[in-house]
Design a protein around this ligand. Structure first.
Ligand code: AHG
Ligand code: MN
Ligand code: MN
Length: 310
């Protein structure tokens, strides 16, 4: 039973003046993110029942990772939903080698969509939570796509993720707080569940792939040891929780406080998370919820100038 009828559409219309422009273009873009992710959520729910939804495609993506059929489906869904809408000029995706033009001509001020269409896809065959992560930028100039897209996260006009779990949640920010919408399956609409989410100051959990411990630098192993050391005053030891889907691990961290880490290690010397469509959108959400997002060198993630799309 729906308790509130503050749908995403109604919310965006009511707050249009706090969105990056008031022409309605950005509002329509957010609504289409809702359409794309509702489509993906439905496919995930059916995945065990239909042919050709689970398993690998046999392809290797630009990251050198095996592509899941659901990775492809989610990527295609974003492309189809935004193609020729005039709302998004360029799309960058984990599953696409280069930028994809979705409208011609591209004009300065138009929007780019940077997306991890299916985050945590190693979990998809096991019916474990996955997500879609997105960032929205404005084109500064047109012509050299790649140079234009390599903007520090601070320039993002909006960011968020959709979490596919027992319920489907849309969490987003336009730089005015973090808002959570829950998909009401009865009416097929995202409905506001939490406005202005703030991270608790004291956490209970740390979240990291501890299987990589021996690849970490010694100071990081010491830090984990610190989190595991008994100290009532600071709420230690922290408990470990790790899904392996960034959207899920971050959502828990947002609600309960604590820390999520994907540090550099001897295998992934720059860390594993991709800046443009994983770390930056998540960092914007975390900062807007009054948390922090830093590299293992202590830099603020949103201040980093990217050097490559992936
Ligand atoms: P993706 O499925 O989009 O490639 O992202 C996977 C990412 C992220 O979701 C998660 O935090 C991390 O990779 C998990 O990596 P490990 O399996 O190495 O822990
Ligand atoms: Mn991901
Ligand atoms: Mn992905």
């Amino acid at each position: 039973m729906t308790q509130s009828v503050m749908t995403l559409a109604r919310y965006i219309l009511a707050r249009q003046d706090t969105f990056p422009d008031s022409t309605g273009e950005f509002s329509n873009l957010m609504l289409l993110i809702g359409v794309a992710t509702k489509t993906i959520a439905w496919e995930l729910r059916q995945a065990g029942l239909v042919e050709d939804a689970l398993g690998l495609t046999g392809a290797i993506n630009v990251q050198g990772e095996q592509v899941k059929k659901m990775d492809d489906y989610a990527n295609e869904t974003f492309l189809k939903v935004f193609m020729n809408t005039g709302l998004v000029c360029t799309m960058v995706s984990e599953e696409l080698e280069g930028p994809e033009h979705l409208m011609q001509p591209c004009t300065p001020g138009s929007y780019s969509l940077l997306v991890d269409p299916l985050d945590g896809s190693s979990n998809v065959d096991m019916n474990i939570n996955t997500g879609s992560i997105f960032a929205i930028q404005r084109r500064r100039f047109c012509g050299d796509d790649e140079a234009d897209l390599l903007q520090p996260g601070r320039e993002q006009v909006a960011a968020g993720y959709v979490l596919y779990g027992p319920s489907t949640l849309l969490v987003f920010t336009t730089g005015h707080g973090v808002h959570v919408f829950t998909l009401d399956a009865a009416i097929g609409e995202f409905v506001l569940s939490t406005e202005d989410l703030v991270i608790p100051t004291q956490g209970r959990y740390y979240s990291v792939n501890q299987g990589n411990t021996r690849r970490w630098q010694p100071w990081l192993r010491e830090y984990l040891d610190y989190l595991q050391t008994e100290d009532k005053a600071t709420g230690r030891p922290y408990s470990a929780r790790y899904v392996g889907s960034l959207a899920a691990d971050i959502h828990r961290t947002l609600l309960t406080g604590g820390i999520f880490l994907y540090p550099a290690d001897t295998k992934n010397t720059n860390g594993k998370l991709r800046l443009l469509y994983e770390a930056n959108p998540i960092a914007m959400i975390l900062e807007q919820a009054q948390g922090r997002a830093i590299t293992d060198q202590g830099e603020t993630i949103l201040e980093i100038t990217p050097t490559q799309l992936h």
